[in-house]
Design a protein around this ligand. Structure first.
Ligand code: CDP
Ligand code: CDP
Length: 224
């Protein structure tokens, strides 16, 4: 069949979710939705407003007063808070190191999940995050769970940093990734966990194209 479906891609930090999700979406002419960017945008704004990131009340109040928009631009997806383009700022080390604290709050998660569900009702979407297959689109036709060794994931981030002219310490990157994974996995509300019906792919020794190919095969099987 050719009816549009929803594809949920979850997994820990730097497993390759967004890179692969974008390519799968292009291939199928689907919309790609980066839910991590939404948590990052909220975190960026909370830091900018000098809020107490551990205060659920302060963070949820902020979330209800801002609009977060994902807009498809020529060079990929741009993210806006109110009308400010925050695409670059949300990738900063400061945001990266605080986002899992902001994303822990149950009320914040409930509101994010609510907004993300609305983006998936029409299908034709590839959505990546931590809880897409378990909470956001539990009835997704295809669920993928990407994993890779922590060392490999740190190496990938280091390479990315290098490409941007930033030197980084591999051990430190690995530790930060593991800390974030731990916070994401151990929180009460919609934690990082593999959905029972997800297909797990270990990308440690796979190229991006190999992972994309594997996912497109799963999609083909489901649609036929
Ligand atoms: O790309 P990277 O793996 O560094 O992270 P991301 O996908 O941009 O997500 C950043 C953070 O947002 C994660 O570490 C989680 O704390 C949070 N997040 C979440 O809680 N739920 C999601 N569906 C997506 C992201
Ligand atoms: O979204 P997530 O944090 O899971 O990972 P990503 O940002 O898509 O990927 C992290 C880095 O790993 C990117 O620079 C990708 O190009 C790279 N990557 C890779 O080298 N091999 C793969 N099979 C997947 C991703």
């Amino acid at each position: 069949g050719s009816e549009k479906i929803a594809i949920a891609i979850d997994g820990p930090a730097a497993a390759g979710k967004s890179t692969v999700a974008k390519k799968v979406a292009e291939h199928l002419s689907y919309i790609y939705i980066d839910t991590g960017a939404m948590y990052r945008a909220l975190t960026y704004y909370a830091i900018k407003e000098k809020l107490d990131l551990t205060s659920e009340k302060q963070i949820i109040d902020l979330l209800f007063t801002i609009t977060i928009k994902l807009i498809q631009g020529e060079k990929g997806q741009n993210i806006f808070v109110n009308d400010q383009d925050v695409t670059q700022m949300i990738r900063s080390q400061e945001v990266t190191n605080h986002v899992s604290i902001v994303a822990q709050h149950p009320l914040v998660r409930a509101e994010m999940v609510h907004r993300q569900k609305a983006l998936a009702v029409k299908r034709g979407v590839v959505m990546d995050g931590r809880d897409i297959g378990t909470h956001v689109i539990p009835d997704a036709e295809v669920k993928i769970f990407l994993v890779a060794s922590a060392l490999k994931r740190a190496e990938r981030r280091q390479k990315e940093n290098e490409a941007n002219g930033i030197a980084s310490n591999l051990e430190k990157l690995k530790m930060e990734i593991e800390q974030r994974d731990q916070l994401d996995s151990e929180r009460e509300a919609s934690p990082l966990v593999k959905a029972k019906d997800a297909v797990e792919i270990d990308t440690t020794t796979l190229t991006i194209d190999e992972v994309v190919h594997h996912i497109l095969n799963v999609v083909e099987q489901v649609r036929s």
